[in-house]
Design a protein around this ligand. Sequence first.
Ligand SMILES: C[S@@+](CC[C@H](N)C(=O)[O-])C[C@H]1O[C@@H](n2cnc3c(N)ncnc32)[C@H](O)[C@@H]1O
Length: 299
Amino acid sequence: MKQSKTISENKNRDIIKEIGKNILMGIPAFRRWRATRPRSGAYFTGEDAELERYAFSGLNMLRDHIGDISGKSILEIGAGDFLTSGLAMLGAGAESYGVIDNFPGDYTGAAAKRWYQAIEENWSRFYPKLSWAENIRAADFPEKYAERLELIAKPIETSATKKKYEIICSFQVVEHISDIDAFAEMHNRLLAPGGVAIHRVDFGPHDCWFYYRDPLTYLQFSDSVWKMSGSNRGTPNRFRHHEFLAAFERANLQVEVPRTDNFKEHLINFDNLHPRFKKMPHESLLVGTAIYILSRKLL
Ligand SMILES: C[S@@+](CC[C@H](N)C(=O)[O-])C[C@H]1O[C@@H](n2cnc3c(N)ncnc32)[C@H](O)[C@@H]1O
């Protein structure tokens, strides 16, 4: 949620570029080529900060907000290119790990293996008080653990799993899904009785909008223009904090919000927002990231 970097801002030029990229992504051959390129996380180059961000941050969030995960079944939505957070969770003692990602990465290629090896090798430095689980070896991951893994290459909105999970989690994913009611309702389908879900949502700008001084510049476009710039690319859905809370309420879920981080108010020009957003509560528009903890209400 960086807000200070300035560039030469030209909204019209940038939205046209984004529409161009979206048109390219609508061409099947281009899309196939793009699918071979890593996205988030890319390659591990040996930096601790990379491990922290792409391997351990999900596990840390579970440990901070849910507690000990040993023996738990965990389902992650939108793991990204590799099963880095999954291996870390299994290393911390999780019993099983499932992932649902409609655009999965290459989980078994050389780049993935380099990540997995680094996670096990560096474990004791990051977690001096937490032993690496004896029943998992990075060198054999993921091939030899089929019975502890469930890998589903479909959108979360409609996915079914073989079993219900005790923990469902996602990190920087929910701002990309298209149907937030289907997302909320999914918990009633996939969460085990007594289970808990945790989602970190990034309401900030992505792509070129990230470099604009006003972090909500990307809310200045109409829905139809926004769709033209991102319908083939999974750009943010632009749902706001209060809309997620309402969707969780409609799905009859119990919600806790242990943490939000706000944008700096003085950077936002509320008058420039598209009318759809202009009428929204400012306290919701100001939320830059949020962590939601959800459980099913007792009937
Ligand atoms: C921004 S990446 C985040 C990756 C990773 N969680 C991280 O923090 O680096 C979003 C991920 O969510 C997946 N995704 C987006 N929409 C989805 C959906 N409707 N169902 C399942 N996965 C989805 C994408 O394919 C991608 O892997």
